[in-house]
Design a protein around this ligand. Sequence first.
Ligand SMILES: [Zn+2]
Length: 387
Amino acid sequence: MGRTFRFTLRATDGTARRGEFETPHGVVQTPAFMPVGTQGAVKAALHSDVAAAGAAIILGNTYHLFLRPGDELIARRGGLHRFIGWDGPLLTDSGGFQVFSLAAHRVITEQGAEFQSHLDGSRHQFTPERTVDIQARLGSDIAMAFDECLAFPATRQAAAASMQRSVRWAARCRARLEVLRAAPPPDVTVSNPRQAQFGIVQGGVFLDLRRESADATVASGFDGYAIGGLSVGEPIDVMYTIVAETAGRLPRDRPRYLMGVGTPEDLVECVARGIDMFDCVMPTRNARNGQLFTSQGRINIKNARYAEDDGPLDPICSCYTCRRHSRAYLRHLYLAGEMTAGALNTLHNLTFYLDTMGRIREAIQLGTFDSFRQEFLRSVSRLSHDS
Ligand SMILES: [Zn+2]
């Protein structure tokens, strides 16, 4: 069976890129934002809401789904798309980030990572090959290579050793996928035979290590490339510099995915530096904490100033929350601890992020991205950190 993953660059404006990629479950317009569906659901949102907000692709977390309900159980249900009832494109991470951030008693060797489940303390091992097999059973449209996630801050020596190990693990992931494509062993159900695979560039805050990692990861020949290990505590200008340098070193004809980033301002700034794909828990997590992103800046809905505010959350937003409800009502629901508060706030924040991506795509297409960027940064900073 032929590979169907294909990225097409449609337009550029400076270093910003407008494109699209094809997966077995549909086409995704880029730059794209991927809502995070950790356990097979975007928290506090129905899939229909996520799709209505404009999401073309969502992300699932391999670590969580492996531990519960298990990748083999999901494969027996026909794969992740069928199991969760999402027909569109899906990306799964490799589980690396959660092993390094959530699991206990990690032991990292050249072979892989041994760890204890944060749920029940059971012991598991993730090797590069095993995470490819798990993602094959899940059957996402895009699988990620297993990488070592470096703690911040790290010395140059530690960053170099970790990056070089991630490069070796990336090559093993690629080799394993080739095995699964050619002749999958009987214990690995390949739920989506046309699954694409992305490599991940690491290297901490060291530009020369980032360059070395980019070149070596590209040599393994992935369908797309991610930049990992950023937004972990480094200064924002350092992150932007690394994004610009790394993106500029990646092949023009493959999508570039900045993992785990970020604020609306980060999305615009990193598109300007050549990024095509993003994921982040910020719109959904902040929504559940009452922090809302609007065209006029951030709003903390629990603020007393909204107690009798009959206006919509964002006057120019067309989401259900903004069409139907007042700031006063949203504040009341939040303070009363109603679950509906999380649902309404999540729907709005996702709509804001996805609308922003739509406006970015349009501006690149029209060649007006730079003026869009200036105006966007001016308006979103107006009410920032309202509390
Ligand atoms: Zn809204």
